[in-house]
Design a protein around this ligand. Structure first.
Ligand code: SF4
Length: 113
C-alpha cells in the first residue's frame, strides 16, 4: 500500500494504491492512471535551458515535448547541457529530436532574434 498526491491537476487528490494496482481517493480516472504509472513506470516533464552557441552569455529555455522516464532525467539533462543551439530561435523549434531514444523532443520555448 502506498499513498501519493496526484499532480495531474491542481485539485491534488490524496491517492492510495495497493500491490494489485487498485487505486482509491481519485476524483477522476486520470488520478488512477497517474498512480499506476507512478508505481510501474514513473515519468516527468523536464524544463531547462540550453546554451545559445552564437551569442555571448546567452541561454534559451527548453522543455520536453512529453514526459520521459524518471530514471533518464540526469542523462537527458547532460545531453541538453552538452548540445547547444544557434540563434535565431523560435518557440516550438525542436532542438533535439527523440532525445536519447526516449520518444521526447527537446522543444524551444523562447524566441531569440
Ligand atoms: S484524481 Fe483527477 S481530480 Fe484528482 S488531482 Fe488527479 S486529475 Fe485532478
Amino acid at each position: 500500500m502506498k499513498e501519493l498526491t496526484c499532480i495531474v491537476c491542481p485539485r491534488g487528490c490524496r491517492l492510495t494504491i495497493d500491490d494489485n494496482l487498485n487505486v482509491t481517493g481519485n476524483f477522476c480516472p486520470r488520478g488512477a492512471e497517474y498512480a499506476k504509472n507512478e508505481l510501474t513506470n514513473p515519468k516527468r516533464m523536464i524544463t531547462s535551458f540550453m546554451r545559445v552557441k552564437n551569442r555571448e552569455n546567452c541561454v534559451v529555455s527548453v522543455k520536453t515535448s512529453v514526459a520521459i522516464p524518471k530514471g533518464m532525467i540526469f542523462q537527458v539533462m547532460e545531453e541538453i547541457n552538452h548540445v547547444g543551439v544557434d540563434a535565431p530561435t523560435r518557440i516550438g523549434d525542436i532542438a533535439i529530436k527523440d532525445v536519447l531514444g526516449t520518444g521526447a523532443d527537446i522543444v524551444i520555448t523562447k524566441n531569440i532574434k
